[in-house]
Design a protein around this ligand. Structure first.
Ligand SMILES: Cc1ncc(COP(=O)(O)O)c(C=O)c1O
Length: 377
């Protein structure tokens, strides 16, 4: 039944044109175990797919004799070189992993340094899974946010002590969707450097930001030896299914992370590495994708505000929204219409918050119409 719905949806949606940039209508996102799902707006996946240069790179690579029959050292090394040139950073400071999740999971072990009292510090509403995993190795300290759910770096600094193995922050933040501006972050990084504390800056959504007050994590890493920058090809580059993430840090730090991951051979596949290199080459596609996403987020944001919702950050590809009814009830009602969004109740103990990924303009319209039809808020 849902396949029929998908087909009708695809036929009825015209391709969207932004300047000369034409997006193909994305396939309906499906999930093998959730057959009734039409739209996945719960995982911050890119609704526009990926650059056509990814297809070219994969096709060329598969044509090469021996490409798939040898381990991925060469394509991973090539991607490392490409990233080094892209970020203007030494190649020895870059570690490639299947995704940034693998890096996050390895951090506690990489930096605990056999200290039984070690802790790591982050803030409320972030990194639910990572925190519950990390807790097994290190104590977790969570700083309170400001009332508008913005990160409060003073609160974080107060939780840092001599047993702190690292501080971790996403910038832009997830799920709150804010940019932490340079004028706030820089003094914090200086403070942490003076105290000898590592700061992990996660730039999963960095490509979406053009705000002049924003500096991407890798930019800080060039300046601060205590910064470890994380990035991923899963979001703006649209390669979540291919699994490519990276760390930029000092050689001791990347070595420690690599050891904690336990990878003795390159841990992402050859195909994924060439795909990421192809994506990196297509700066015009990335820019058009980002412009379209920002326009769609703005449109979704005004649609949600028009329906009376209170919203938080919408600086990237998703919006954090306060619901009047319990978030679970709200999420379940949309699920009944085949639309998945992220309920924060179980994960973050926030019974009235949901995170909604912006889809295409048409997908966002479907979401807004479903909310209206259901009469939920
Ligand atoms: C802030 C942040 N960091 C890291 C990740 C992990 O991304 P991946 O493992 O796909 O690279 C996500 C995924 O949603 C994220 O939101």
């Amino acid at each position: 039944m849902y396949k029929l719905f998908c087909t009708i949806l695809l036929i009825s949606l015209p391709a969207k044109t932004y300047g000369e940039f034409e997006f193909k209508n994305p396939d309906c996102h499906t999930q093998a175990d959730v057959a009734d799902v039409t739209l996945r707006l719960n995982l911050n996946e890119n609704p526009f797919g990926h650059s056509p240069l990814v297809n070219v790179a994969i096709a060329e690579a598969l044509d090469r004799v021996g490409f798939s029959s040898v381990y991925a050292d060469a394509p991973v090394a090539a991607l490392q070189q490409d990233l080094a040139a892209h970020f203007r950073i030494d190649v020895k400071n870059i570690l490639i992993t299947p995704g940034s999740t693998e890096i996050l999971t390895a951090l506690p072990e990489a930096f605990a340094k056999e200290n039984p009292n070690a802790n790591f510090v982050t803030h409320k509403l972030a990194y639910s899974e990572f925190k519950s995993q990390g807790k097994k190795v290190l104590a977790v300290r969570e700083a309170e946010l400001n009332l508008d759910l913005r990160v409060n770096l003073d609160n974080i600094a107060k939780l840092v002590d001599s047993n702190t193995a690292f501080v971790i922050l996403a910038n832009p933040t997830n799920p709150t969707g804010h940019v932490i501006p340079d004028q706030l972050l820089r003094p914090f990084l200086i403070k942490m450097r003076d105290r000898g504390v590592h700061v992990v800056l996660d730039g999963a959504y960095q490509e979406y930001i053009s705000d002049s007050s924003y500096r991407a994590p890798y930019e800080y890493q060039r300046e601060f030896a205590n910064v470890i920058a994380i990035g991923t090809f899963s979001k703006a580059y649209g390669l979540a299914g291919l699994r490519v993430g990276y760390t930029i840090g000092g050689t001791a730090e990347t070595k420690a992370i690599k050891k904690a991951i336990g990878a003795s051979i390159p841990s992402t596949s050859a195909l994924s590495a060439v795909a990421a290199a192809g994506a990196l080459r297509d700066a015009p596609w990335l820019l058009r994708n980002v412009i379209a996403t920002r326009a769609n987020v703005a449109d979704l944001h005004s649609g949600l505000r028009g329906l009376g919702f209170e919203t938080y950050g919408h600086d990237t590809s998703f919006i954090l929204v306060r619901t009047a009814i319990p978030a679970k009830q709200f999420t379940d009602a949309l699920h009944g219409k085949g639309i998945l969004i992220h309920d924060m109740t179980a994960t973050y103990d926030s019974p009235h918050l949901v995170r909604i990924t912006s889809g295409t303009l048409e997908q966002n319209k479907i979401l807004l119409a479903a909310i209206k039809t259901l009469g939920i808020r």
